[in-house]
Design a protein. Structure first.
Length: 237
């Protein structure tokens, strides 16, 4: 079973590893990128998963059984998202780690006023997602995300491998070049859990109060934080 590591290589070495891999894996497949990450970071690898689907955990677990899968449990998720999280924990050879904020929803309401997400979504995301993830990633050498280039303009140049200067570790995006249809095709072929909301007009799934259905053909992330000039919650910018 993979556990949170206690030691890691220094920043300079990790930055060099990322630079070398970015050159060598420029045209690699998702499976090849996942295999490289598992081989290069045994025991120091984490997968971030929003539980829109289990494609990424399944892909990485094929090469790193028992890998830690970090789920940002904001307290605001759809019931379908929690259902997907439970299915992943019970059906895949991974260890789901629930990453929770310092304050419960009730405590945040008491301290900052109710429905902060309606008044200041950036502050809400910072407290419930950005800060908890930063703490959770401490000690790992590499994290794997499901970011895809077709998801929107802010993600169009997503590399397969890079060094994450914000969190100080290697960041791997094996699905960067995939389309939404390829994602669903993999899920069907591998019979991995998929969030039911994906087939109900939600191509990008976040917290329930801040996620709306998207019209066919629209930007997949246009349903996130509707009414605000915001399409990211601060981790992948």
């Amino acid at each position: 079973m993979t556990t949170t590591p206690t030691t890691r290589r220094d920043t300079a070495e990790l930055r060099a590893i990322a630079a070398d891999a970015a050159d060598r894996l420029g045209e690699a497949t998702a499976d090849e990128v996942a295999a490289w990450a598992a081989e290069t970071f045994p025991g120091t690898l984490a997968v971030a998963c929003s539980m829109a689907d289990a494609v990424l955990p399944d892909l990485v677990a094929r090469h790193a059984p028992g890998v830690d899968v970090l789920f940002l449990d904001t307290g605001y998720h759809f019931a379908e998202t929690y259902g997907t999280r439970d299915a992943v924990a019970h059906t895949l050879p991974v260890r789901v780690v629930d990453v929770r904020p310092r304050l419960t929803v009730a405590e945040q309401d008491a301290e900052h006023g109710p429905r902060l997400h309606e008044r200041d979504p950036a502050a809400c995301c910072r407290m419930r997602k950005v800060e908890p993830l930063r703490e959770a990633l401490a000690g790992y050498e590499c994290w794997v995300t499901g970011v895809r280039r077709e998801e929107g303009p802010t993600r169009a140049d997503t590399p397969l491998v890079t060094f994450d200067e914000v969190h100080g570790l290697v960041k791997v995006n094996p699905l960067a070049a995939w389309t939404f249809d390829e994602l669903l095709g993999y899920a069907t072929d591998r019979r991995v859990p998929v969030n039911l909301l994906l087939s109900d007009g939600y191509p990008s799934i976040g917290c329930e109060p801040c996620t709306a259905r998207v019209e066919p053909g629209a930007d997949p992330r246009s349903g996130r934080w509707a009414g605000f000039a915001k399409t990211e919650f601060g981790i992948h910018t």
